[in-house]
Design a protein around this ligand. Sequence first.
Ligand SMILES: [Zn+2]
Length: 114
Amino acid sequence: MMHEMALAQSIRGIVDDQARAQHFSRVKVVRMEIGRFAGVEKSALVFCFDVAMQGGPAEGARLEMIDLPGRAACLGCGEMVEIDDRLDPCPLCGSGQILPRGGDEMRIRNLEVE
Ligand SMILES: [Zn+2]
């Protein structure tokens, strides 16, 4: 829960900055990209989001979360593959020598504002 609250507070900071810079007063939707390995518990993040947005332009906004897959570069076959777990072998050739590339993203893709 600490992780999710810290994330929600950083979202609040970004939303407030954007509202000032772009002169919008209300945010309807906050759309986030969350990688498979980011360790974000979505139900906890939704709860923390609602709390952290109170009193700001995104109070009552909907939080949409887009899942990004875990990716890895395989040293065995040289392909970029998707993996469910950092310790998984390559799904194409079975090699255990893979380098995770992404999947720990936690970022705002965009805001729907009025
Ligand atoms: Zn491979």
